[in-house]
Design a protein around this ligand. Structure first.
Ligand code: PHE
Length: 327
């Protein structure tokens, strides 16, 4: 193999370097040739010949080196490139929390039925949270709600019903509104957390335009769209701000109504409260000659039933293994 061939065959930059030392270094034939020049017969010609050889080898080495470097660079970039297809470990993606998911589903149903979304303050005065809702001071019904009282006479709203009052004071009927949001009560067990969510509903129109049948229809239709095809029943109940009032049950989605632990052997699951707006509420906001209905539902209650979560508190622990099951 000629020296030029050896250069062009050098497999690596290291090997090429060794070759350069061998061919052009102090102990190379060429260096020795230069050293021997002083004894040469025809100095000029011998020197020219040595220089030509030296240059030829140097050029070949430089070319080979450039070629090897570009191959090495390519290999390096290929190795260091981020392979975006490699793992999906970081690609778990986000998902809605089951409470938000249930909330969105509820809101979507009612906005589809022409209800407008309203919001109200989480910290409110007793007028909006209680008094205007026909819950005067010292009324025993206030005890139903374990209120968080603030120092300045304000309360953490115990229900989204305060938004009924804010909306009625700000708007003229007719309207249909829903108010989704957080509410607060001093409660903590398998099915209660101190902060939870409700969706309030309120429809107001001129007297006689809205009936209990309208209320019954929309809630039945909502429950069928949320839980599927289960029976519903309206039980007479009491709320200070509605008259008549009802609690609504859905046929137990766990046992199909036969009776089980989840429905406490009744075959029914209580899911929301509702009624026709009490005249005293209209009086408190200065409305005359109107009528309407109101309802309120607990989002956690609906979500834990629908997604069959035993302990509500587990949804608030940020447990990814649990939450990922709802993707
Ligand atoms: N505010 C009631 C509660 O928190 C629910 C409700 C709202 C009932 C509107 C009737 C009408 O329990």
């Amino acid at each position: 193999m000629s020296n030029l061939e050896r250069i062009n065959d050098a497999p690596t930059i290291d090997a090429l370097d060794k070759l350069r030392v061998e061919l052009l270094g102090r102990k190379s034939a060429i260096s020795e040739g230069f050293a021997a020049l002083k004894n040469a017969a025809d100095k000029a010609q011998a020197a020219a010949e040595l220089n030509r050889k030296k240059e030829e080898l140097s050029n070949a080495i430089a070319n080979r080196k450039a070629a090897l470097e570009s191959v090495e660079l390519e290999a390096k970039t290929a190795k260091e490139a981020i392979d975006v297809t490699l793992f999906d470990f970081y690609d778990r993606g986000g998902s809605l929390h089951p409470i938000n998911r249930a909330m969105e589903e509820i809101v979507e149903y009612f906005t589809g039925m022409n209800f407008e979304v309203k919001n109200g303050p989480l910290i409110d005065d007793e007028f909006h949270n209680f008094e205007a809702l026909n819950l005067p001071k010292h009324h025993p019904a206030r005890e139903m709600q374990d209120t968080f009282y603030m120092n300045d006479g304000m309360v953490l709203r115990t229900h989204t019903s305060n938004v009924q009052i804010h909306t009625m004071l700000a708007e003229k009927p007719p309207f249909r509104m829903i108010a989704p949001g957080a509410v607060f009560r001093r409660d903590y067990d398998l099915t209660h957390t101190p902060m939870f969510h409700q969706v309030e509903g309120l429809a107001v129109d001129e007297k006689g335009a809205i009936s209990f049948a309208n209320l019954k229809h929309i809630l039945e239709d909502f429950l069928n769209s949320f839980f599927g095809d289960f029976p519903t029943r309206f039980r007479p109940s009491f709320f200070p701000f509605t008259e008549p009032s009802a609690e609504v049950d859905v046929g137990c989605i766990f046992c199909g109504g036969k009776g089980c632990r989840m429905c406490k052997n009744t075959g029914w699951l209580e899911v929301l409260g509702c009624g026709m707006v009490d005249p005293n509420v209209f009086k408190a906001v200065g409305y005359e000659n109107v009528g309407g209905y109101a309802f309120g539902m607990g989002v956690e209650r609906l979500a834990t039933l629908k997604y069959r979560v035993g302990d509500l508190r587990s949804l608030y622990e940020g447990d990814l293994d649990l939450l990922e099951q709802f993707r």
